[in-house]
Design a protein around this ligand. Structure first.
Ligand code: FES
Length: 106
């Protein structure tokens, strides 16, 4: 559960520790990004000053769409399935990955 879509104006990045995922506001919608580094699985961190995602283990960096800025991470962070329930609450399904760049429009 990640709150209301209205909680995510463009540029807002929230980390959900339990789901190990970021929920990020984008133009016209929202998307969820796995926080699990694609190198060896450490949990990344959002650096608000630099507006990027960094891995503390071996220094990989990702942009806010999960693209690798520099390695050793071999692949982008995974985009995750989102839905809204009957109450309008956003749900992130960390077990389902979706194509990179598919913005969820609630
Ligand atoms: Fe993230 Fe190695 S696990 S850079």
């Amino acid at each position: 559960r990640a709150g209301s879509p209205l909680d995510y104006p463009e540029g807002v990045v929230r980390f959900n520790k339990q789901q190990k995922a970021y929920v990020i506001g984008a133009p016209g919608g929202v998307y969820a990004l796995s926080a699990v580094c694609t190198h060896l699985g450490c949990i990344t961190r959002f650096l608000s000053d630099e507006k990027c995602i960094a891995c503390p283990c071996h220094g990989s960096r990702f942009d806010l769409e999960g693209n690798v800025i520099h390695g050793p991470a071999p692949r982008p962070l995974q985009w995750l399935e989102m839905q809204v329930d009957a109450t309008g609450t956003l749900l992130v399904d960390t077990s389902v990955t979706i194509p990179h760049g598919r913005i969820f429009k609630a």
